[in-house]
Design a protein around this ligand. Structure first.
Ligand code: PDD
Length: 282
C-alpha cells in the first residue's frame, strides 16, 4: 500500500482525507511539483524547490517549510515507497476555510505528497516517436506558476488523446508556447528553438537539463518563439517533462515531421540525457 504525506503525517493513501472546504478542492487554489526520482535519489531537487517557491510567491502563499525540511520529508516519502525510480508529487493549497474568494488569513496551508512509480515510457515512443496535435493555448496569463488548476491542460490533452496523439502543442498568438504537460522544442538546420522563459510557459526543470546537454555538445540553442506556420517545416520537434524525459514528436497534425522518424539531434541529446541523468544531479 502506498504511503502518502498529508498535513505533518505519513499514512496509508486510503486513510488520507482532505476537507471539502479545502481551497484546493473548491478553487484550485494551490501549486504543485512533480520530481523524478532515479535510483531513489530525487533529480534536481533544489531546482524543483526553488520553482515551488516562485509558484508560492506567484499566488501570495507563504512556504510552509524551508528547503531542509522539504528535503527531509521527500527523502522519507521515497523511503516509505517501493521502487528505484519514482515520481514524487507534492502540492500546497491555501488550506481549509469557508468558501470566500478573498484569501483567508491565518489558515494553515494543506500539504499533500505522494510518490508513484516512474515508469519508463514505452520503447516505441523512442524508436517511432509520438504523435502530437496543435491546439489553441486557452490557458491563463501566468503559465509560469505551476498551479494545480489544470482544467485547460487536461481538456487539451484529452483532445489530443481522442485524436490518437500523445501531446497537444499549444499555440498562442500564432506561436508555439509549450505542450499541455511538457515544454516543446523545434529544430531547424541544426539549431534548437524553444520558447523563452516568460509568463506563457512553465520553466521546466527538464528543459534546463536539455539545454545544458545541448551546450555540452555544442548544439546551438535559441530561446525564441517559433510560429505555427514555421513549425510545419521543422526538421525535428520534441517535448520534455519530468515524467516523460525527452521525446521526439514525429507526426504533427497527421503529417510527418520531416521523414517521420526521430531525428539525429534528438538522438544525440537523448543519449546524453540517459548517460548523465544520474550524475548531473545538482
Ligand atoms: N508537468 N509545461 C507544463 C505545462 C507542464 O505541466 C510540465 C510538467 C512541464 C515540464 O516541466 P518539468 O520539466 O519541470 O517536469 C512544462 C508535470 C510533469 C505534470 O503536470 O505531471
Amino acid at each position: 500500500m502506498a504511503t502518502v504525506f498529508l498535513n505533518d503525517t505519513f499514512l496509508p493513501a486510503e486513510q488520507a482525507k482532505v476537507s471539502v472546504y479545502d481551497r484546493g478542492f473548491l478553487f484550485g487554489d494551490g501549486v504543485y511539483e512533480v520530481i523524478p526520482v532515479y535510483g531513489r535519489q530525487p533529480f534536481r531537487l533544489k531546482a524543483h524547490l526553488s520553482r515551488l517557491q516562485n509558484s508560492l510567491d506567484g499566488i501570495h502563499l507563504s512556504n510552509p517549510f524551508d528547503d531542509a525540511h522539504w528535503t527531509q520529508l521527500i527523502t522519507q516519502l521515497i523511503e516509505h515507497n517501493e521502487g528505484e525510480n519514482q515520481a514524487v508529487y507534492l502540492q500546497v493549497t491555501r488550506g481549509v476555510a469557508p468558501r470566500e474568494h478573498v484569501f483567508p488569513q491565518g489558515v494553515k496551508p494543506t500539504v499533500f505528497m505522494m510518490s508513484n512509480p516512474l515508469n519508463a515510457v514505452p520503447s516505441s515512443y523512442k524508436t517511432q516517436g509520438i504523435k502530437a496535435i496543435t491546439v489553441d493555448d486557452i490557458r491563463w496569463q501566468r503559465c509560469d506558476i505551476k498551479a494545480i488548476a489544470l482544467l485547460p491542460n487536461t481538456m487539451l490533452r484529452q483532445q489530443a488523446h481522442e485524436q490518437g496523439a500523445g501531446e497537444a502543442i499549444l499555440i498562442r498568438d500564432g506561436v508555439m508556447t509549450e505542450g499541455s504537460a511538457s515544454n516543446s522544442y523545434a529544430v531547424f538546420d541544426g539549431v534548437i528553438y524553444t520558447a523563452a522563459k516568460d509568463n506563457t510557459v512553465l520553466p521546466g526543470i527538464t528543459r534546463d537539463f536539455v539545454l545544458e546537454l545541448a551546450a555540452m555538445t555544442g548544439i546551438p540553442v535559441r530561446e525564441e518563439s517559433v510560429t505555427a506556420d514555421r513549425l510545419t517545416q521543422a526538421d525535428e520537434i520534441w517535448i520534455s517533462s519530468s515524467t516523460r524525459e525527452l521525446l521526439p514528436v514525429t507526426t504533427l497534425d497527421d503529417k510527418p515531421v520531416d521523414q517521420g522518424l526521430p531525428g539525429p539531434i534528438w538522438q544525440t541529446v537523448n543519449e546524453l540525457y540517459q548517460r548523465h541523468k544520474l550524475e548531473m544531479n545538482v
